[in-house]
Design a protein around this ligand. Sequence first.
Ligand code: GTP
Ligand code: MG
Length: 392
Amino acid sequence: MLIGVVGKANVGKSTFFKAATLAPAEIGPYPFVTIKPNRAVAYVKVKCPCKEFNLKCNPRNSPCIDGYRFVPFELLDVAGLIPGAHEGLGLGNQFLDDLRQADALIHVLDAAGATDEKGNPVAPGTRDPKEDVLFLKEEFDFWLQNILIKNFRTKHNQPISLNDVAEKLSGLKIKKEHIVQAEKETGLNLKDIRNWTDDQFLEFAIALRVKSKPMVIAANKCDIQIARENVFRLRKEFPTEIIIPTCSECELVLREAAEKKLIKYIPGDSHFEIIGNLNEKQKQALDFVQKTLKILGNTGVQQVLNEVVLRLLNYIVVYPVEDENKLTDGEGNVLPDAFLLPSGSTALDLAYKIHTDIGENFIGAIDCRTKRKIGKETKLKNGDIIKILVRR
Ligand SMILES: Nc1nc2c(ncn2[C@@H]2O[C@H](COP(=O)(O)OP(=O)(O)OP(=O)(O)O)[C@@H](O)[C@H]2O)c(=O)[nH]1
Ligand SMILES: [Mg+2]
């Protein structure tokens, strides 16, 4: 699974990305710091079954901190967009191609309105972040419209089928059902696609974007008071959007301090504990974070990651093991791995996720909580611990 981090230039996308992944990413107080995309592993935070079973786990792919399991997925940070990008302003919008494989998007918004439409720093409150909510979608839609026109406004006149369209768009993670739904909603008929007007292509692009690239808004810079006031207003103006207040800078301070063993902090928590010797600069930074946490509850970064993967995309976390009683792998590691799977996935899907060989030799599975055998069509539930049975 791949989640894209998008937004206007200079709003804190790379700060969000770095805070979520601790991967190197350049950050700077001016637009277009990022040009080439940054890709690294981020995590959703869930309760680890080790607590429930009173076991000490030996995680391999997914760290467990104090009973919370951090399950990996990929995050992609791209260059910033500005209004008019589709007409070539800023870096244009061609770099959105980097997001083709994204399953969903995190829109990082400068909720404080402290950057103008081109991403230059201005006094907080100068820019209305509402404009940024609107323009970002527009730029994305123009980009998709362009791809549709390039692919389907062709001269030859062989009929174009749903399968042809689905095949051409599969590289954008647009599925057949997204296309069918978009056709229904817009009332447009794929049979006439070659003759659609620009506006009709745009209408179709919007419907496809809504289905295939769902979005959560990270209302960033909420350490600034006006940002928090704006969030209140934005939630009223955009009641169907998921808007989560964030302070990416605070999360980055906390994650880096925890990495250096200066503090104890579990991502997403509302508190941290100082365990190392701080210099004056570190003390000041953590004082500031402390004050912000008091107001916001938490930095919002982990909340955004969980929201997009578990709620918006509806993924579940599943733990494969080889011993259904000890919950270990073949080497005795307790609950070694945790995988994210789309909701509706079966034990057979899990088998293939572990290894093609295991998928091909699948003969059944055991639900380790109930100790019952389950078949290849049984849908897995969030938190399931599963032993896969294979043909020998
Ligand atoms: N006050 C405040 N500033 C932040 C926050 N997050 C990021 N910033 C600042 O915003 C500026 C831009 O940060 P970046 O992460 O480089 O922004 P970006 O969106 O990746 O920028 P481009 O790559 O240039 O598009 C930097 O000065 C950050 O320190 C935050 O939560 N609060
Ligand atoms: Mg950046």
